[in-house]
Design a protein. Structure first.
Length: 285
C-alpha cells in the first residue's frame, strides 16, 4: 500500500519597511536520493527588483528525523547556489546569494546531505531563519522562517556475486542417505534504508531429484537473525532466510543448499535444474 504524505509549510516573514518585498524560499520538487547524496531542489523569490544578499541561519544543530531516532549533523548539510556548495553552521548566517536581483524571477538552489551514508527512510526537518539584506544600503529588508524537509523513501537493493550453486551427486551418494551440500555457498549482499527481511521464493522450483534443503552458513554483524537450521524446500513456499535493521550497507548472508536421498529410494540419474528467487522487502526485526 502506498503512503501519501501531506506537508504544510508555514512561512512567517517580517519586513523592516512597509514597502519592502517579501523574500520567500519554497520547494521546487521532491527529495532526490542518489548513492552518495540526498537533495531537495529549492527556489528563492521576491516580487520586486531590489538586489539582495540572501543568508540562512540554521536554528538546530542537526537535521532530525520526525521520530527523533536519527540526527544528521550540520557538517553533512550544504546549500548549492548553482556555483558552489555553501557550508552551514549552527546559529550563524551563511550567505547564499550576493547582490542578487529577483524581480519576480526565482533563483534556484539545492539543499544537499552529502557523504553521510545510507539515510534511513522517513521525514527529516531543520528550521532556518532567512535574512534578506538590501545589497545597496546594507540594511536588513526582510526576515522569515523556513522549514527544510527531506522526505526519504524506502530503498532496497540486493546483489549476488557467486556462481550458480551446484550439487554434485557421486555414485556412492546415490545408494546412501546422506546430506549432499552445494559446492558453493551463494553470497547475497543487502543495502536497505529500512528494517528488512530476506526470503527465498520457491514458486518455480522445478524438478525434485530428492529432498532439498536450505540454510544460512554465515552472515555479517548487521544481520540480526538468520535461518541456521535446515528448512525443507517445497514448491510454492517463501522461506525467511534472514532479517536485519536499517541502515544496511552491503550486509551479507551466505546460503547453503543441499539434497538428501528420499527414504528407501535412489536419486535417479540426470541433470536437474531448480529455480529459486531471492526477495528483499521491508519488515520488522
Amino acid at each position: 500500500m502506498k503512503k501519501f504524505l501531506l506537508t504544510m509549510i508555514l512561512t512567517v516573514a517580517v519586513c523592516m519597511h512597509t514597502d519592502a518585498a517579501m523574500v520567500i524560499i519554497d520547494y521546487q520538487g521532491d527529495t532526490l536520493v542518489t548513492s552518495n547524496n540526498i537533495e531537495r531542489p529549492l527556489i528563492v523569490n521576491s516580487d520586486d527588483g531590489t538586489n539582495y544578499n540572501i543568508a540562512l541561519r540554521p536554528l538546530q544543530e542537526a537535521v532530525t528525523k520526525d521520530d527523533g531516532s536519527v540526527s544528521i549533523p550540520l557538517e553533512y548539510l550544504f546549500i548549492n547556489n548553482t556555483r558552489e556548495d555553501v557550508y552551514l553552521k549552527y546559529n550563524e548566517y551563511s550567505n547564499i546569494f550576493y547582490d542578487t536581483g529577483m524581480g519576480g524571477v526565482a533563483k534556484i538552489m539545492t539543499a544537499k546531505i552529502k557523504n553521510y551514508g545510507i539515510v534511513p527512510a522517513g521525514v527529516y526537518n531543520i528550521n532556518f531563519e532567512v535574512q534578506a539584506t538590501d545589497a545597496e544600503t546594507k540594511e536588513i529588508a526582510c526576515m522569515s522562517m523556513f522549514n527544510l524537509q527531506f522526505v526519504v523513501p524506502p530503498t532496497q537493493q540486493l546483489n549476488t556475486y557467486s556462481e550458480t550453486p551446484r550439487i554434485n551427486v557421486t555414485a556412492s551418494d546415490v545408494f546412501e542417505r546422506r546430506k549432499i551440500p552445494s559446492e558453493t555457498a551463494p553470497m547475497i549482499y543487502i543495502r536497505s534504508n529500512t528494517d528488512w527481511i530476506l526470503s527465498l521464493d520457491t514458486t518455480d522450483f522445478g524438478d525434485m531429484a530428492g529432498n532439498y534443503y536450505v540454510r544460512t552458513v554465515s552472515a555479517s554483524s548487521g544481520v540480526t537473525n538468520r535461518l541456521q537450521e535446515r528448512a525443507l524446500i517445497t514448491p510454492g513456499r517463501e522461506i525467511i532466510l534472514a532479517r536485519g535493521k536499517a541502515p544496511a550497507n552491503n550486509e551479507f548472508v551466505s546460503v547453503e543448499f543441499s539434497v538428501e536421498n528420499p527414504d528407501g529410494k535412489l536419486i535417479p540419474a540426470g541433470n536437474y535444474q531448480n529455480r529459486v528467487k531471492y526477495i528483499l522487502r521491508e519488515g520488522e526485526v
